[in-house]
Ligand binder design. Structure first.
Ligand code: HEC
Length: 66
């Protein structure tokens, strides 16, 4: 059985602590857990990877003065 809780707890803590470094590690571990479960469930062709671009391609997230 693939352990799924741990990477989620790490991500939650990273967000609470506003730690980009911990978030990146937690996200990488979560992604491995996704694909690990797919492999052990016989659907290893569903391989998850880190996104390479934002799904919001027409929106900018730069801070602006109010
Ligand atoms: C407990 C095991 C397990 C975990 C953990 C898991 N998956 Fe899956 N996932 C499956 C199984 C089994 C299927 C195939 C379901 C089916 O046969 O329709 C699936 C299917 C999918 C699909 C295809 C759905 C579709 O309809 O095309 C996607 C996308 C997906 N998972 C993403 C993820 C992501 C992202 C994560 C991690 C955040 C994740 N999964 C974690 C077991 C898991």
């Amino acid at each position: 059985m693939v352990q799924f809780d741990q990477p989620l707890v790490v991500l939650q803590d990273a967000i609470k602590q506003k730690s980009a470094v911990k978030f990146a590690q937690g996200y990488a571990d979560l992604t491995l857990a996704c694909s690990g479960c797919h492999k052990s469930a016989g659907v290893g062709f569903i391989a998850i990877k880190k996104p390479t671009s934002s799904p919001f391609c027409d929106q900018t997230f730069e801070p602006v003065a109010r």
